[in-house]
Design a protein around this ligand. Structure first.
Ligand SMILES: [Zn+2]
Length: 297
């Protein structure tokens, strides 16, 4: 078809790259209404890429910067709630993949937020994805490198203005995948904060328990301990107390369906301990099935 093999190769690369970058699901960039989940915790993400804002008197914490194109969307979501983008003092992520951390460079540049990342993901974040165990050669999954201000370890606390989040190392999906937990005060039946009948809510923001297509769980040269890390992750997730079930993607916890109920007046729509247990069990089963398949059993 092409007389010049080089031209053919260049065209193939261009088309291949375009088709790859066009693969971003529409939901990742579709705006979603921002809203208060509980207490000082707000949803400020898109239709599927979840971002969370923790608002405190000393400034705010943002979890997940999402795609390179996401910061203006996150800013709009924050401003729609009456808060200020510039109040972000600490930036956290669920894990070092471009759909959760590619916007970090812009957010850090604009807000001077401190970027705090789990130790095994730091190298990946600071190399812009070029050292990822799976995607190092996938240029479409690279992102602007960002300096990490604080290296986190399993169990570390991130505190600001009276709110404390705990970082749980739940690796496998990436070497530093982080599940965040915090406590919030539940809304009373009147929908008023501090109303009678409030209790402490354990919030879990799942980092990712998913085995991506192409992940080698057996004899993985760039991530030898991947299978044992996943097993450890499931043990951690099963043992976390959970009332409000959230995660890095809205898909994990049924964002749209729960938000519809929330809008219809169900203030407790995101309280779903049974859904959390079922999700973790389902993902563990999926991991086990894939592990057995790769073992050839
Ligand atoms: Zn991921």
């Amino acid at each position: 078809m092409f007389k010049s093999p080089r031209l053919a190769a260049v065209l193939f690369c261009v088309i291949f790259t375009l088709s790859l970058s066009a693969q971003v699901p529409a939901d990742w960039t579709t705006p979603f209404p921002s809203f208060r989940i509980a207490g000082n915790l707000f949803y400020v993400g898109s239709g599927d890429l979840a971002s969370y804002l923790v608002v405190t008197p000393k400034g705010d914490i943002l979890i997940n910067s999402n795609l390179v194109s996401s910061p203006p969307l996150i800013r709009k979501s924050i401003e729609a709630l009456g808060f200020h983008f510039s109040d972000i003092k600490i930036l956290l992520i669920s894990h070092a993949h471009y759909d959760h951390c590619a916007g970090s460079a812009e957010i850090v540049r604009e807000t001077h937020a401190k970027y705090e990342v789990m130790a095994p993901d730091v190298f990946v974040v600071e190399s812009g994805g070029r050292t990822d165990f799976q995607y190092a050669r996938h240029k479409t999954m690279w992102f602007p490198p960002v300096h990490v201000d604080r290296v986190l370890h399993d169990g570390d606390k991130v505190s600001l203005g009276g709110t404390t989040l705990t970082a749980h190392l739940t690796a496998g999906h990436t070497k530093g995948t982080t599940t965040w937990t915090l406590d919030e005060q539940e809304f009373g039946s009147s929908g008023m904060e501090g109303a009678e009948g409030t209790r402490t809510l354990h919030v879990v923001i799942v980092g990712s328990p998913n085995v991506n297509p192409g992940y080698k769980l057996v004899h993985n040269k760039t991530y030898p301990q991947i299978a044992s890390d996943y097993r450890h992750e499931f043990e951690v997730l099963k043992n976390l107390p959970c009332d409000a079930f959230l995660g890095a993607h809205g898909m994990y916890f049924g964002l749209k369906e729960k938000y519809a109920r929330f809008k219809a007046g169900d203030r407790n729509a995101f309280i779903d301990p049974a859904g959390y247990r079922a999700y973790v069990a389902d993902r563990e089963q999926a991991f086990q099935a894939e592990f057995q398949r790769q073992l050839g059993k």
